[in-house]
Design a protein around this ligand. Structure first.
Ligand SMILES: N[C@@H](CCC(=O)N[C@@H](CS)C(=O)NCC(=O)O)C(=O)O
Length: 274
């Protein structure tokens, strides 16, 4: 398929070059639209697990770019040989396999997608300083929001109260960064929006575990999330909040924690016992 795609591209280039003198203005748009369609001839396989907010990031990015892909759901308690081969270091989903080559870590995958398919819906601003700013906030989301949520899930009593305050504080910091803009990316949906919005699936879990109301504690974030959900790329990619809570409750009841969750719980135990 890869070879056919290359051949097709070469053929098209030949026509464009040989006919350029006669119809330059007619052929350029044709070339760009055909190469955009042909980029879908690339083979894209996503190793994922539907409820995962990290997999949701990749689904949103692929949808934003209008790319077709094959979804391969993983059983995280019994990982496939393909997942272990494609992500031997972390052994985690999501993994995007592009023409046989793996890309791991959700934020790295999203950046890759934006770089390779840059003809449509850019996720990053073009200014290098603004790009760095977006990466800073995406890193904040990864460390503070997802880390804080795990802490809330794993703690009890006073520690849980502290974890709740911490998580709310992090959302308040994000509200300040959002300011009066409709999206973190400004007027349009961008990288930070994409990295943060999958945690909408966790809102009900935060509320249930922390006995809190997201609408009361962080109204601007809830409004922002509603704006993001108006985009089909987002609404179709996210796991329902109640379903997510039911799945997480079942995982903790059955005690089948995956290595990532287990590692986090072990670290927390160490901290609490020291
Ligand atoms: N930092 C990673 C996190 C990915 C992650 O935590 N994946 C979980 C599912 S939500 C997983 O594969 N867990 C299985 C394991 O750790 O064994 C990313 O952004 O892609």
């Amino acid at each position: 398929m890869k070879l056919q795609y290359k051949k097709a591209c070469l053929g098209l280039n030949f026509i464009v070059i040989s006919q350029r003198k006669q119809f330059p203005h007619l052929l350029y748009p044709l070339f760009f639209s055909i190469s955009a369609i042909m980029s879908q001839a690339d083979e894209l396989i996503l190793l994922e697990w539907y409820p995962s907010p990290f997999a949701a990031r990749v689904r949103i990015a692929l949808a934003e770019k209008g790319l077709n892909y094959e979804s391969r759901p993983e059983d995280l308690t019994n990982k496939s040989p393909l997942l272990l081969q494609m992500n031997p270091v972390n052994k985690q989903i999501p993994v995007l396999i592009h023409n046989g080559r793996p890309i791991c870590e959700s934020t790295v995958i999203v950046q890759y997608i934006d770089e390779v398919w840059n003809h449509k819906s850019p996720l990053f601003p073009s200014d290098p300083h603004q790009r760095a700013h977006s990466k800073f906030w995406a890193d904040y989301v990864d460390k503070k929001i997802f880390g804080g949520g795990m802490q809330l899930a794993a703690s009890k009593g006073e520690v849980k109260e502290a974890a709740k305050k911490y998580l709310i504080g992090c959302f308040e910091t994000l509200e300040e960064e959002l300011g009066d803009k409709p999206f973190f990316g400004g007027e349009s949906f961008g990288y930070v929006d994409l990295v943060l919005i999958p945690c909408h699936s966790l809102f009900y879990t935060y509320e249930s575990l922390g006995n809190l109301s997201m609408a009361e504690e962080c109204p601007k974030i809830v409004d922002w999330a509603q704006r993001c959900l108006q985009k089909e790329s987002v609404s179709k990619s996210l796991c329902d909040q109640q379903k997510f809570y039911a799945i997480i409750s079942e995982i903790s009841r059955s005690g089948s924690a995956w290595t990532s969750v287990q590692k986090f719980l072990d670290k927390l135990d160490l901290l609490q016992n020291s």
